[in-house]
Design a protein around this ligand. Structure first.
Ligand SMILES: Cc1cc2nc3c(=O)[nH]c(=O)nc-3n(C[C@H](O)[C@H](O)[C@H](O)COP(=O)(O)O)c2cc1C
Length: 172
């Protein structure tokens, strides 16, 4: 199963970026950083259909699994991730064929935050979104960290997540 990781963080080479890079390495995924794309907020009139969202989604839809990666900011996804989630509505309106392709995908979630555990409302947002889109949810890796993530202290959790991704791959 080939995997796309989509990162939305306010900090390049920050905690979530580094976690996403590590997981991408371990499961041989392709990492897309929303900071590299010009994706504007949802527009009911779709005047922004020419921005980078649809070209990004065309690339992402080539993958079987989509892993979204975001820091926890105020119990919520980062603003770039929220804009990305909102824009998925375009796949229900102006690009329905792409929306149908989403239904065949599976997905997972990566996050970092300073609290010991992620607030349930954070994962809930993604779980409900995946469910609404008909995407099979395969799991969540949350790494609590200070300003500078210590990857060694998360090695076991990362290995567990990587093993889980390999297991669901075999089961699929
Ligand atoms: C604006 C902002 C809001 C934050 N809110 C939370 C929060 O609600 N819960 C939490 O555990 N950490 C919170 N944090 C801490 C970050 O989630 C944590 O430092 C994370 O690892 C940062 O990842 P990044 O380097 O990708 O930005 C917040 C940080 C910022 C900058």
């Amino acid at each position: 199963m080939n995997t796309a990781i989509i990162l939305g963080s306010a900090r390049n080479q920050g905690n979530t970026h580094r976690l996403a890079q590590r997981v991408a390495h371990d499961i041989q995924a392709t990492l897309f950083n929303l900071a590299d794309y010009d994706i504007t907020p949802y527009d009911y009139a779709h005047h922004n259909r020419g921005d980078d969202f649809l070209p990004l989604m065309k690339q992402v839809l080539r993958f079987d699994r989509i892993v979204l990666a975001s820091p926890v900011y105020w119990y919520s996804p980062s603003s770039s991730m929220k804009v990305f989630l909102d824009r998925l509505s375009d796949l229900m309106t102006i690009e329905k064929d792409m929306g149908r392709q989403m239904r065949k995908k599976s997905a997972a979630l990566l996050a970092t935050g300073c609290d010991l555990t992620a607030p349930p409302c954070f994962e809930d947002i993604f779980q409900r979104t995946y469910s609404y889109l008909g995407i099979a949810y395969q799991g969540f890796l949350y790494c609590p960290c200070d300003d500078d993530i210590d990857m060694h202290s998360h090695a076991a959790a990362i290995d567990d997540f990587v093993a889980k991704m390999a297991t669901v791959e075999v089961a699929a």
